[in-house]
Design a protein. Structure first.
Length: 126
């Protein structure tokens, strides 16, 4: 087993099962009541049931879409470095998780901005 094999598997599994699956379940199967244990929990998303539902649907849809995009990017990058020297593989190993983490942060920021645009400070629709 080369060093490349676990890199490809990890990157694909992380993007596919973590982001895509989490996005799908947040989008389609989020908790119907505000929960202190499960779901997209921020001070703004828990203001009302409307903000709760909106945050889950918006964030879930974004995670699902960006998960597929990251899956494609990871696949193309890993396909490109297949058979390369181990230094190239280690470099990609360091870069791809930061890309994925960056996408998570961007999705959270976009969700919070959208919540504030659609709802007032009390959680009522504008």
């Amino acid at each position: 087993m080369s060093l490349w094999d676990p890199v490809f598997i990890y990157d694909s599994v992380f993007a596919l099962f973590m982001m895509i699956a989490m996005g799908y379940f947040l989008w389609k199967h989020h908790p119907k009541q505000i929960s202190v244990f499960v779901g997209y929990r921020t001070s703004y998303s828990t203001k009302s049931i409307d903000t709760w539902n909106f945050a889950h649907e918006y964030c879930g849809r974004l995670l699902w879409k960006t998960g597929w995009i990251l899956e494609l990017i990871a696949f193309i990058i890993n396909l490109h470095i297949y058979g390369s020297l181990d230094d190239s593989v280690l470099f990609v190993r360091k870069i791809l998780p930061f890309m994925q983490l960056g996408v998570f942060v961007i999705v959270i920021i976009l969700t919070e901005v959208s919540l504030r645009k659609k709802f007032d400070k009390d959680g009522e629709k504008r």
